[in-house]
Design a protein around this ligand. Structure first.
Ligand code: NDP
Length: 474
């Protein structure tokens, strides 16, 4: 029997993706550099569907029906290049290599260009949902040619998560578009997690609630407009007691958050595109800060405010909910701005509403909220910002008093809330009639003759600051 598709790289992700394919009735050829993993997969899960084990790349390729579809699920970076180099000579024009790893989109662009020269389709594909998602239905973000999606799309849609019967998978756009969108997805995930962390911190150290009480607050929020996977697991983590010590689990975990790099990539790319993703940046920096043990030790004795406490924990929790919702809207608006900017820069023609649609299920940021983003882009596909959408504008307007109060309370109590604060600043900056950027530009003209434009006349001008201060048109 010929396999519909092959998977090489059978660590947690590849193995579960192969099982997902087999469970959906697709005969799948499987291969791993270390053959023991292949044997283990077939021995343990062979009963779930049709697996065709291959010992060598040549055997794997020989097992595939044409045009061949091969998913590469190995460690991102050099290993992906090595595996592509190994398989490419064994393939024929029209075949396709799908990279489901967390590749940087610029690597995907490079690989796509190279393989295209050999007539091979390269489909850089973002896959979110971790190992559980890979098995039960991930959110899938495939890039590459439209032709490759016609061949591959139905299969990927079959194994993707479904929300209201709609698969969480769609063709994102050419070459690196899929991995770009996956990168921004992860950046938004960082921001979302940071905001949730700040909400917890405010309830814990601002309102004085215990983790188990905060777990109940989050569980209640999860029944409302904040309903999402991340809020749900937060409630579960906060309700958990450490079996070894009997203490709240969150108190025995070292307060140092690690990162694998996709958040950093998002911010680096945003800097290059000139897109202000301040919420994602603060989240990446907050993780970095948490890891600087010596820095934190050196500053531990710095003075803080005199302790005081918000009067009523219940109403404060409601205000924090509003601040969290508003800040979340801003973080997502910034992420979607980056997707639109990347799409314009690289000519990808990405449909942002479709991205919100495929993130509703399967992935880490899955949430009811994404339906609102989908609706916003349906109402105005070209909107420069989600904040201008009628629903979001109203939600922000309703939240703003509480939002300001929470940010002020955080500052007052000496509790860091960079995510909430930067989101509010972004909101106010976009709203502002005039920005102090006028002063910045004037300073630039003063020290560097960088010129400025005027509000009342066309053209560029320079003031002779060092001389007679006369204005000259340039
Ligand atoms: P790992 O990233 O841990 O990679 C291990 C796999 O890569 C093994 O199959 C290993 O083979 C193979 N490999 C490593 N180097 C080479 C090489 N030079 N040549 C051939 N094979 C090699 O596996 P994961 O399953 O965790 O992730 C796979 C990909 O999916 C990664 O790119 C990851 O970033 C991405 N991803 C992971 C998620 C997760 O939750 N884990 C979520 C979404 C994406 P061997 O057994 O022989 O060592």
């Amino acid at each position: 029997q010929e396999a519909s598709i092959g998977v090489t790289g059978l660590a947690v992700m590849g193995r579960n993706l192969a099982r997902n394919l087999a469970r959906h009735g697709h005969p799948v050829a499987v291969h791993n550099r270390t053959a023991a993993r292949t044997e283990e997969l077939v021995a343990e899960f062979g009963h779930e569907g049709t697996f065709i084990p291959a010992k060598t790349p040549r055997e794997l390729v020989a097992a595939l029906r044409r045009p061949r579809r091969l998913i590469v699920m190995v460690k991102a970076g050099a290993p992906t290049d090595a595996v592509i180099a190994e398989f490419a000579p064994l393939l024929e024009p029209g075949d396709m290599i799908v990279d489901g790893g967390n590749a940087h989109f610029s690597d995907t662009r490079r690989r796509e260009r190279w393989l295209r020269e050999h007539g091979i389709h390269f489909v850089g594909t973002g896959i979110s949902g971790g190992e559980e998602g890979a098995l039960h239905g991930p959110s899938i973000m495939p890039g590459g040619s439209a032709e490759s999606y016609r061949e591959l799309g139905p299969l990927l849609e079959d194994i993707a998560a479904k929300v209201d019967g709609v698969p969480c998978c769609t063709h994102v756009g050419p070459d690196g578009a899929g991995h770009f969108v996956k990168m921004v997805h992860n950046g938004i995930e960082y921001a979302d997690m940071q905001l949730i962390g700040e909400a917890y911190d405010l309830l814990r150290h601002g309102a004085g609630l215990a983790p188990s009480e905060i777990a109940e607050v989050f569980a209640a929020w999860n029944r409302g407009r904040l309903e999402s996977y991340l809020i749900e697991i937060t409630a579960q983590v906060l309700a958990h007691t450490d079996p070894a010590t009997g203490r709240p689990f969150v108190d025995v975990v070292l307060d140092r958050a690690e990162q694998k790099g996709t958040g950093r990539w998002t911010v680096q790319t945003a800097l290059e595109l000139g897109v202000p993703v301040s919420g994602i940046a603060e989240a990446v920096f907050a993780r970095a800060l948490s890891g600087h043990a010596a820095l934190r030790r050196a500053a531990r004795a710095l003075p803080g405010p005199r302790p005081s406490r918000p009067a009523d924990a219940g109403s404060f929790a409601d205000e924090v909910e509003k601040a969290l919702y508003a800040s979340k809207i801003v973080a997502y608006a910034q992420g979607f701005h980056q997707i639109q900017a990347g799409s314009a820069e690289y000519g990808w023609n990405i449909d942002p509403g479709a991205m919100a649609t495929i993130w509703r299920g399967g992935c880490i940021i899955r949430a009811r909220f994404l339906d609102r983003i989908r609706a916003a882009y349906a109402a105005d596909p070209a909107t420069p910002t989600l904040l201008a959408d009628e629903y979001f504008a109203q939600a922000l307007g309703d939240a703003q008093d509480a939002w300001r109060k929470v940010v002020a309370t955080a500052a007052h109590l000496g509790i860091p809330a960079p995510g909430f604060a930067t989101a509010l600043s972004y909101y106010d900056a976009l709203r502002a009639e005039r920005l102090p950027a006028a002063l910045t530009q004037a300073q630039r003209d003063f020290f560097g003759a960088h010129t400025y434009r005027r509000v009342d006349r066309e053209g560029s001008y320079h003031t002779r600051w060092a001389g007679d201060r006369a204005e000259i048109a340039v």
